[in-house]
Design a protein. Structure first.
Length: 379
């Protein structure tokens, strides 16, 4: 591993993001037109996040689809690290995951890594439990099918997970973990072990069913590291390697590089933000690709490629290709001003959040169901 690749690990993302470079470095496959056609054969249409390369790369996806064609259904697996309030970037992966669940009519195993966040953040165990619950509400609000969605909380389902985690851990050595994740000798020993916990849900349904079931993991590209390490282990334990589909990061408010993060107020829009708060953040922080003055903008036009508001529309909030194209053209030509683009983006985000927050309230009554279905499936 070169030093550069350490810039995109599960716990650190910095520097200019070059996704093409990451494809080569991580040895993953670009989601090219052929692969998109393969997906479309099964789904009948392509989610806009696929059309626009928000999900842009994969591992073993063709293999997974071939199995599906032969009536060997897969399950989906993704997760959430509960260390604070969630932001729009988190939801991006899960909105796409829900689409996959609906289109392929498959089960989803959803992991809450309370152990990870306790080990990696300077927060108490109790606080992490509070966020686990809060984050579950956001996940449920996205509308996952409760009959087919199984929540796993690492410390709560330790009885199920730990036997598999130690089998994985025994086949990974310390020097690999240090190299891949950039951990040093000062890392606490829980951190060194953690990757084996994140690997478990990729095989757990197979363990419970006592037969191999293919697995597809939608994730943000920074999470690939866990599976670069653990995928090699799976066949040694008699399981399939999980397939993966990789997403880009939703950019932070301040600029198109890096990823949205809750640690910095000028970076993230939270799922619980009020309409006023969203408006304030977009107006104050959202990096603009427009001209420095309105006059200059009208003359020379703006650059949507580096404009954060435009990127939010493209990646999440304007599914309509025609509308997006028009916004892009008008912004490039200068006909649409930064102020107008921001107003439109605020309106779109707030319309989404309004619904989300209503569903989030209703989710409070559903948490048990999602946890119970996990119990149910291992009876
Ligand atoms: N580690 C992830 C995070 O910090 C959470 C996670 C657990 C996850 N399992 C996953 C993400 C599988 C993607 C796929 O957010």
């Amino acid at each position: 591993m070169t030093k550069e690749s350490d810039k995109v690990t599960p716990w650190k993302v910095s520097g200019d993001l070059d996704y093409e470079k990451l494809i080569k470095k991580f040895g993953i496959r670009e989601l090219d037109e052929n692969m998109l056609k393969e997906i479309e054969k099964f789904t009948g249409e392509l989610h806009f996040m696929l059309r626009r390369k928000v999900f842009f790369a994969s591992r073993d996806l063709k293999w997974l689809l071939d199995k599906y064609k032969k009536k060997e259904k897969f399950f989906l697996y993704t997760g959430c690290g509960p260390s604070g309030p969630l932001h729009l970037g988190h939801l991006q992966t899960w909105i796409f995951t829900k689409w996959l669940q609906d289109k392929f009519d498959v089960d989803l195993w959803f992991q809450f890594t309370d152990d990870e966040k306790f080990l990696f953040k300077d927060k108490s165990y109790e606080e992490i439990q509070k966020w686990t619950y809060e984050n579950m509400l956001d996940v449920i609000a996205l509308g996952f099918n409760p009959k087919k969605t199984h929540f796993l909380v690492d410390t709560k389902h330790a009885n199920l997970m730990y036997p598999e985690a130690i089998k994985i851990a025994k086949k990974i050595n310390f020097s690999t973990i240090k190299a891949v994740f950039g951990l040093t000798d000062q890392a606490n020993i829980g951190q060194i072990f953690y990757t084996s916990m994140q690997a478990v849900p990729a095989i757990l349904p197979s363990v419970l069913a006592k037969k191999n079931i293919p697995c597809l993991i939608p994730l943000g590209i920074d999470q690939d590291a866990h599976f670069r390490v653990s995928r090699d282990v799976m066949p040694k334990l008699g399981f399939y390697k999980p397939a993966i589909i990789h997403g880009v990061f939703l950019p932070p408010l301040q600029g198109i590089n890096g990823k949205m993060s809750t640690s910095n107020e000028g970076s993230a829009i939270l799922t619980t933000d009020s309409p006023k708060e969203v408006e304030r953040k977009i107006k104050k922080y959202a990096f603009s690709g427009g001209g420095t003055t309105l006059e200059e903008h009208k003359k020379k036009g703006g650059n949507p490629d580096i404009d954060v508001s435009f990127q939010y529309l493209k990646m999440m909030f304007e599914p309509d290709d025609e509308k997006l194209k028009k916004i892009e053209q008008d912004y490039r030509s200068g006909k649409l001003s930064t102020g107008e683009l921001k107003e439109y983006t605020i309106k779109k985000i707030n319309a989404f959040l309004k619904q989300h927050q209503i569903k989030r309230e209703k989710a409070k009554k559903k948490v048990k169901k999602f946890l119970k279905s996990t119990k149910f499936s291992f009876e």
